[in-house]
Design a protein around this ligand. Structure first.
Ligand code: LLP
Length: 453
């Protein structure tokens, strides 16, 4: 699903309390009809912290983490791990929270490693991905005792072997394998197919070849295999089919090379609800199916059950986020279309511009008001592609100065934000138990020129 054509997408209906609550339990409507997020008045938060503003519901992040960790301890071998895919939203406070919840971290760059370490993350619980680690990246990570490298390519094995030999240590690695699965999500995140830029494909024999190469390295310890088939996945049995394919590969490797893997990492990917039209995924239920598939696939091949790892990003942070903007120009072009402009845009949320992603937009003062004006909610960037969401229905009298909230923005918004048009990035305010703490301060104009020499 999810690759709905934005041009034919039906308009989003006005959201009543039940619709809001179904979208995410941390959204509600207060006694004056106002939008509340994580139990707090959105307008009051905007008055205190300004707009545009990213809000993060810390308790929701913790609940999402626990959904995974509780299911994992029930369903998989002790020592199995949930890793937070920090690319979804990476800042110090966020990494502290997921570390406190007992998750490990999936990182893809020295910047994410640095943030995790500065948040107090145990390096042994960090897994370093990336399809193109440089020699400097490899040295940086090894210097800091990063637990595992997730190796994408034979060239990287050479880099790791050389650096580990120099340091006289044995570096633990997983190998990223491309199982050849099409998740039918949008192309930019459909990574399990044979022609992907990521990993070594089973079908072409490259997966087995890189396994043999890795096993021959004296300073590299192969711990198992990784795959990540895609993101925003809703399709029924994708992870179960992935398990079956991967365990089949593990058994083939054992037969060919005499190597038995102790870890199987299935990557991330469960989809979340951006609008009421998206299905809700019952993650514990899905994980039960994954556990059953793992047990069956291993039993069929008499393969010892490996430790299971997963790397959720979006399903940990997306529904913990809400962005608040102030409405500026409201432009009606009779006979054509209407625009409601806000004081942020693709610089803080590029996801519609990049993927045609859907969002739910609400007025903070009257989220349940009847929507009669069909409009595009657009940003302030100097580009017509700067659309937060097209075909939104808002009250006909929507006016300048009102606050507009965009729901489910906790994943891939701040982490993909830019300074396009030299627009400063919004702050992140963490909400917890009725408190609101600035976790990332608002960028200033001085910040924007701080690197200019
Ligand atoms: N593990 C690996 C190796 C990944 O590449 C990803 C996401 C994840 C885990 C986490 O997947 P999640 O649970 O968040 O679906 N910018 C895009 C999403 C890119 C995802 C890239 N990889 C977006 O805004 O939709």
């Amino acid at each position: 699903m999810t690759n709905r054509n934005p041009l034919t997408h039906p308009r989003i209906p006005a959201a009543g309390e039940s619709a809001l609550n179904a979208l995410c339990g941390n959204l509600s409507i207060g006694t004056n009809g106002e939008l509340r997020f994580a139990g707090q008045d959105v307008a009051e938060l905007a008055a205190r912290h300004g707009t545009p503003l990213y809000l993060m519901d810390e308790d929701r992040v913790r609940d999402n983490c626990r959904t995974y960790t509780e299911a994992f301890s029930r369903l998989f071998r002790p020592g199995s791990m949930v890793l937070y895919a920090s690319k979804a939203n990476c800042f110090r406070r966020m990494m502290q929270v997921v570390a406190e919840e007992g998750l490990g971290a999936d990182v893809v760059s020295p910047g994410e490693i640095w943030t995790a370490l500065r948040a107090g993350f145990d390096p042994a619980r960090i897994f370093f991905h990336s399809n193109n680690k440089t020699a400097a990246d490899v040295a940086f990570a090894m210097e800091r005792g990063i637990g595992y490298f997730v190796v994408d390519h034979a060239y990287e094995i050479e880099l790791i072997e050389a650096e580990a030999a120099r340091r006289d240590l044995r570096q633990k690695v997983l190998l990223r394998i491309t199982p050849g699965i099409d998740t039918h999500t949008y192309e930019a995140v459909n990574t399990g197919k044979v022609d992907s830029k990521f990993g070594s494909a089973i079908e072409t024999g490259q997966a087995e070849a890189i396994t043999a190469l890795t096993l021959a390295q004296p300073h590299v310890e192969l711990c198992g295999f990784h795959c990540h088939v895609g993101s925003m996945v809703f399709a029924e049995d994708v992870f179960e089919r992935t398990v079956e394919l991967m365990v089949g590969f593990l058994a083939d490797v054992r037969a060919a090379l005499g190597y038995t893997a102790d870890m199987l990492d299935l990557g991330g990917g469960y989809g979340v609800r951006y609008t009421a039209e998206d299905p809700a995924i019952d993650i514990p239920r899905k994980l039960e199916d994954v556990a059953a598939a793992l047990r069956l696939s291993c039993a069929l091949r008499d393969y010892p059950e490996p430790l299971l790892l997963m790397e959720p990003g979006r399903s940990i942070s997306a529904d913990a986020g809400l962005t608040v903007y102030q409405v500026g120009a409201v432009k009606r072009i009779p006979g054509y279309k209407n625009y409601v402009s806000v004081d942020g845009g693709m610089s803080d949320n590029p996801r519609y511009a990049l993927y045609g992603s859907h969002y739910t937009c609400l007025l903070a003062a009257r989220p349940a008001a009847e929507g009669e004006l069909i409009c595009d909610v657009v940003g302030r960037c100097c580009e017509s592609g700067d659309v937060i969401q097209p075909n939104v229905s808002l009250p006909a009298d929507v006016r300048e100065g009102e606050l507009l909230a965009v729901c489910t923005t906790g994943a891939y918004n701040y982490s993909m934000a830019s300074n396009y048009n030299r627009i400063p990035r919004p702050p992140i305010v963490m909400l917890h138990n009725g408190t609101d703490d600035v976790a990332v301060r608002r960028e200033t104009l001085e910040d924007l020129i701080a690197l200019d020499v």
